[in-house]
Design a protein. Structure first.
Length: 111
């Protein structure tokens, strides 16, 4: 099953605008196998957050991007729950990667 189909099966279904933004963030990864959902969703979520931080995007117009990043990371961990033995290490790695985005975005960002 593709990642796109896997997302179609998630409940609750996200609002259409949010799903569209998630799909844009995932791009070609939508066609990857569902077994790669954790990595694909986490990487896409990181890209969205990195872009928001780089652009200092804090307006209402960019709220959909923040919601998409949150949804992507949530989907990543939903997928990771299929392999509980790896969950702890994946969570630690994800937290480190996401936390590192703030320091890369701006030299004045808290460390």
């Amino acid at each position: 099953m593709t990642l796109a189909r896997w997302l179609d099966d998630r409940r609750p279904v996200p609002p259409p605008a949010l799903r569209a933004r998630i799909d844009v963030a995932l791009g070609d990864s939508l066609q990857c196998d569902e077994r790669d959902a954790f990595d694909a969703c986490l990487v896409a979520g990181e890209r969205v957050v990195e872009s928001l931080l780089r652009e200092n995007a804090t307006t209402r117009e960019t709220a959909i991007d923040l919601l998409a990043a949150d949804a992507l990371v949530t989907y990543a961990f939903e997928a990771a729950s299929d392999r509980p033995a790896e969950l702890s290490s994946r969570a630690a790695d994800a937290m480190s990667r996401i936390a590192a985005l703030a320091s890369k975005a701006s030299p004045s960002a808290p460390r």
